[in-house]
Write a protein that binds this ligand. Structure first.
Ligand SMILES: [Zn+2]
Length: 292
């Protein structure tokens, strides 16, 4: 899927960039848009790239532009074990928000090649950023009750009488916390999966009955925890995970060349959740199985 990217002012005077030809620079910027992931992996198909980025430029030889970008150290070529090759925009990953990494659809990422590719150790130079407007305004600290309700409602298995459910949610949240409500609703959704809707409680009834205290909603399944983790990941919420799993998130040191510290920190939280997902799920299951 094509993505919106931003260009840092320093891009234009970067020593590697200025040495590339005009067409190569244009192709290079276009490749950010069509990278299949935030790690900068791009299909190694000059014909497709030409159609996507330079469709009306009949005289352009995209193969030689790619060679030029590789030669200038802006792009590299990776090979998977099965022989398929991909291009890699060097440094694209450094300043990206990594929201697609939860379920990467990029073949290179799925193959795990990006983890051991030497290119990632290279210094970023183009530093493109993605503008994610809405998404980046959301932090754990600033989650409003409205947003808390919406994440809960998203998991609730019966989408009826939302207004009443919201009212009940506001009352319920005074007696418990968001984390507990999300965990319980994920478990409840799992327990009624495939059931006739008439046997599924209205959200307001569920909340007014303090059903999150129901014993059969614990221990939750790995899938329910995974769903819950997904909502934490959406909200960059590592705190709830720490509380529930006992694992501790240690924020990474902020590199000196990071302009947007907040975005960097938020991305680091998501990376932590993604990287530790299995461990988090295991720990929560062990803890909550013991508690039950
Ligand atoms: Zn990738």
């Amino acid at each position: 899927m094509a993505r919106i990217r931003t260009i840092k002012p320093t891009f234009w005077t970067d020593s590697k960039v200025v040495r590339a030809s005009r067409d190569a620079r244009l192709l290079f910027i276009g490749m950010w848009n069509f990278a299949s992931c935030d790690n900068g992996h791009v299909i190694d198909d000059s014909y497709q790239l030409k159609l996507q980025i330079l469709p009306a430029d009949g005289d352009v030889d995209v193969d030689s532009l790619i060679d030029e970008l590789i030669d200038k150290g802006l792009v590299s070529r990776l090979a998977l074990e099965d022989g398929r090759t991909f291009l890699h925009v060097i440094g694209l990953s450094e300043h990206q928000k990594t929201d697609t990494r939860w379920t990467p659809r990029c073949s290179v990422c799925l193959a795990g090649t990006h983890r051991n590719s030497p290119e990632l150790a290279e210094t970023p130079l183009n530093s493109p950023q993605e503008s994610k407007g809405k998404e980046s305004k959301k932090t754990c600290a600033s989650i409003k009750p409205d947003a808390e309700f919406e994440t809960w409602w998203k998991l609730y298995p019966l989408k009826k009488a939302k207004g009443q459910a919201e009212k009940a949610f506001r009352a319920a949240i005074k007696h418990t916390d968001h984390e507990t409500l999300l965990a319980a609703v994920a478990a409840y959704a799992k327990s009624v999966e495939g059931k006739d809707p008439q046997f599924i409680a209205y959200g307001s009834t569920w909340l007014n009955g303090k059903r999150w205290l129901d014993e059969d909603l614990r221990p939750v399944s790995a899938e329910a925890i995974n769903d819950w983790l997904r909502t934490c990941w959406d909200a960059h919420d590592t705190t709830s995970i720490e509380n529930r799993s006992g694992l501790t998130f240690r924020p990474p040191d902020i590199p000196a060349d990071i302009d947007d510290v907040r975005a960097f920190t938020l991305a680091a939280r998501r990376d932590w959740i993604t990287d530790n997902r299995d461990d988090i799920i295991r720990r929560i299951m062990a803890r909550e199985a013991n508690a039950a």
